[in-house]
Design a protein around this ligand. Structure first.
Ligand code: C5P
Ligand code: MG
Length: 160
């Protein structure tokens, strides 16, 4: 009998000028980008936490403390690949990833396939196992006022 486990991830980063907007490892042309110690890839961080959560391996800050100079400006796909490796080492395979980025602007729908492909390549999955959705916050709250971006993710792992 296969064992299935589900994990949830969430993250938020502030938007700021003179910062890149990187989502799922893809650079998106934008006036504002995400602020943080690493490249602040809010989507990669949420998916990383979802994988760690499904395997009960703690959270991203435990594995990559933002006080550690090694992770200053780090590409967050590194965190994602590491979470996959930790889960794999315990016998888990990723079944699928579903995620939502909540960002007021720019429109992201034209980048969906590039983001899915990049995430799938990092996780060594077929792109049809990786879903990325986009929402605005309807101009309400910090996300809606264009001050921050959030991401949510859910991951299913399987162990045979
Ligand atoms: O937030 P709302 O429901 O108005 O979003 C409608 C659609 O706009 C979404 O389903 C998504 O396809 C797209 N969208 C986008 N980029 C964003 C926010 C939403 O492409 N930053
Ligand atoms: Mg983060």
């Amino acid at each position: 009998m296969s064992e299935y486990r589900t994990g949830l991830g969430w993250d938020v980063h502030r938007l700021a000028p003179h910062r890149p907007l990187i989502l799922g490892g893809v650079a998106i042309p934008s006036e504002l980008g995400l602020e943080g110690h690493s490249d602040a890839d809010v989507l990669a961080h949420a998916i990383t936490d979802a994988i760690l959560g499904a395997a009960a391996l703690g959270d991203i800050g435990m594995h990559f403390p933002d006080t550690d100079p090694r992770w200053q400006g780090a590409g967050s796909l590194l965190f994602l690949a590491h979470a996959r490796d930790l889960a794999c080492a315990r016998g888990y395979r990723i079944v699928n990833v579903d995620s939502t980025v909540i960002l007021e602007r720019p429109k992201l729908t034209g980048f969906r396939d590039a983001i899915r492909r990049q995430l799938a390549a990092t996780l060594e999955l077929d792109a049809d196992r990786v879903s990325v959705k986009f929402k605005t916050a309807e101009k309400v709250g910090p996300v809606g006022e264009g001050r921050s971006a959030e991401a949510q993710a859910i991951v299913t792992l399987r162990r045979d």
